[in-house]
Design a protein around this ligand. Structure first.
Ligand SMILES: C[S@@+](CC[C@H](N)C(=O)[O-])C[C@H]1O[C@@H](n2cnc3c(N)ncnc32)[C@H](O)[C@@H]1O
Length: 239
């Protein structure tokens, strides 16, 4: 994508009603004005909200919103030129239950209030090999998610990275979290139902390379104080 193309998308993003782009000073050490108010001020209903972290072009957010008109969806990413694709689609189609948020996931506690969110999808996140503290399923991030997930809230992780999958499974198991589903190859094991077979941009690339796609679904619970790093063997997995 050329720089000119990016700038055009950034300019267009400014005009989209479905795209929220808080400035750093609105979320850094401060509550964003929509924290605790997404139902009332954005969706204008009380339907459950699902968040997609690192949504890129927003394929899951859009597909789930179309499939579940009685739920709300928020796709979050830091890259505006990627978000443009999903946001443009929502603007053009008028899809009422999907919005996007351009924000670093590190600031997520400034953005969502207690019990505001029902479930989370993490789709093809960077496994952050060797950088535990940046991994989106690290206990530090899970603690942040617990601050706004409703009781019984679920985290779904879909990834091409066996490293990220095994790390997250060890983290969930060793912290006594309830595992709802775990699969090492959703297409090979024919587990890809109409939800799991939604394909993101990155997923399509990995599938072309013949890389198996894994899935993990778990309930993190609410015991944030006792969360610990998992003991596991990272050297077993190359990617
Ligand atoms: C590998 S891409 C996957 C994108 C999309 N889910 C897909 O499957 O096509 C990871 C995405 O996460 C976003 N991302 C990574 N770290 C982030 C962070 N700390 N806060 C917000 N977005 C982040 C990147 O901008 C990127 O779009």
């Amino acid at each position: 994508m050329s720089g000119k193309d990016k700038l055009r998308k950034f300019r267009e993003n400014e005009t989209f009603k479905c795209l929220f782009q808080p400035k750093l000073e609105e979320v850094f050490g401060k509550d964003y004005y929509l924290k605790g108010n997404w139902h009332e001020k954005v969706f204008r209903n009380t339907n459950p909200i699902t968040v997609e972290l690192g949504c890129g072009k927003g394929e899951y957010t859009v597909a789930l919103a179309e499939k579940y008109p009685d739920r709300n969806f928020i796709g979050i990413d830091i890259k505006g030129a990627r978000l443009w694709k999903g946001a443009k689609y929502v603007e053009e189609t008028g899809l009422p239950n999907a919005v996007f948020l351009r924000c670093r996931i590190e600031f997520i506690e400034s953005v969502f209030g207690k019990d505001e969110i029902s479930s989370i999808w993490i789709t093809f996140a960077d496994p952050q090999i060797g950088r535990d503290r940046k991994r989106l399923t690290n206990p530090m991030f899970i603690k942040r998610y617990m601050s706004f997930l409703r009781p019984g809230g679920v985290i779904n992780l879909k990834t091409d990275s066996r490293y990220l999958h095994e790390y997250s499974l060890a983290m969930a198991e060793q912290n006594g979290m309830r595992i709802l589903d775990c699969c090492k190859d959703i297409y090979g094991e024919k587990k890809a139902d109409d939800i799991l077979s939604i394909k993101t941009f990155y997923e399509s690339n990995y599938l072309r390379q013949g890389i198996p796609i894994t899935f993990l679904s778990f309930e993190p619970g609410s015991d944030a104080a006792s969360l610990k790093d998992p003991a596991w063997n990272p050297d077993q997995w190359e990617r």
